[in-house]
Design a protein around this ligand. Structure first.
Ligand code: SF4
Ligand code: SF4
Length: 270
């Protein structure tokens, strides 16, 4: 079994898809969104996150820090080892909960992600993925119960400027994923400073019949403390007001059969 580099396993998550879920965050992402709230998941290497305010000056750094002032992010694990943790949570999943494979970009470790999904599905555990859709793999995606995928900015030049990559392949992958007939929850993190052209994104998503929901997720600055701990450059954006989110509500939708309903949810973005 291949080993994956796991950033975290979060239990009883209510924000990473339907029901109560266990979310597995994998390290590594080819994007570098300036607002990323999981910046510890961008690098494909283990990293040390430093919180000097927690240092008690014990001088035992070489033995490992027990006060939380230096935290290693990234643990090599096999899919079986991760699964053994997930299976403990199965009683809490009930009818609609399960596992969400997230990151970073989980498909950047696609062999590991594929093995983990295979193990979960064999044990009747509902499986979802949070992905930037920069990669597409039919064999892996068609095993999933649903996919949460972002289309962050419509204009390609702006997409490159703020995420580091073109969105052309992401749009194509939305179309390929739609053809697999797996429910898709599309999402856009709302960054008021950027002209994201939500009208165009929303119109595009409405042409894809398996996009069941389009969620607008307000930017929040949760990633900044982690960016500081990683000694990364920090870019702060304006936090969208409740009024602004309400104004944008017309672009979001829930599709049930042929009906499109406006909606706006308070969730975190990938
Ligand atoms: S082990 Fe942790 S608390 Fe002790 S000196 Fe090192 S960083 Fe500070
Ligand atoms: S795609 Fe997600 S994990 Fe990757 S940099 Fe963007 S926000 Fe962060």
């Amino acid at each position: 079994m291949v080993k994956g580099l796991v950033a975290d396993i979060q239990r009883t998550s209510l924000h990473d898809g339907d029901g109560i879920r266990t979310t597995v965050f994998l390290k590594g992402c080819p994007l570098s969104c300036l607002w990323c709230h999981n910046p510890e998941c961008i690098s494909f290497e283990k990293e040390i996150m430093e919180y000097p305010e927690k240092c008690i000056g014990c001088g035992k750094c070489s033995e490992g820090c027990y006060s939380g002032a230096k935290v290693v992010c990234g643990k090599e694990m096999t899919a079986q080892e991760v699964f053994e943790q997930i299976i403990l949570d199965k009683p809490y999943f009930a009818d609609n909960g399960g596992v969400t494979v997230s990151g970073g970009e989980p498909m950047a470790q696609k062999e590991f992600a594929g093995e983990l999904i295979e193990l979960c599905k064999k044990n009747n555990i509902n499986c979802a993925m949070e992905t930037s859709l920069i990669y597409f793999d039919e064999e892996i995606f068609k095993k999933l119960d649903f996919v949460m995928a972002d289309l962050k900015i419509w204009n390609d030049d702006l997409h490159k400027k703020y995420t580091g990559v073109s969105n052309k392949i992401i749009k194509e992958n939305f179309e390929s994923l739609n053809s697999l007939r797996i429910p898709i929850i599309a999402r856009t993190p709302i960054i008021p400073d950027i002209d994201q052209e939500l009208d165009k994104i929303s119109e595009f998503l409405k042409t894809l019949e398996n996009v069941k929901e389009y969620e607008l997720l307000p930017y929040h600055p949760l990633g900044i403390a982690k960016q500081k701990a990683l000694k990364k450059d920090i870019t702060e954006f304006e936090i969208p007001s409740a009024e602004y989110m309400k104004e944008l509500k017309k672009y979001a939708f829930i599709r049930r059969q042929t009906k499109l309903d406006a909606q706006n949810k308070d969730k975190t973005y990938h």
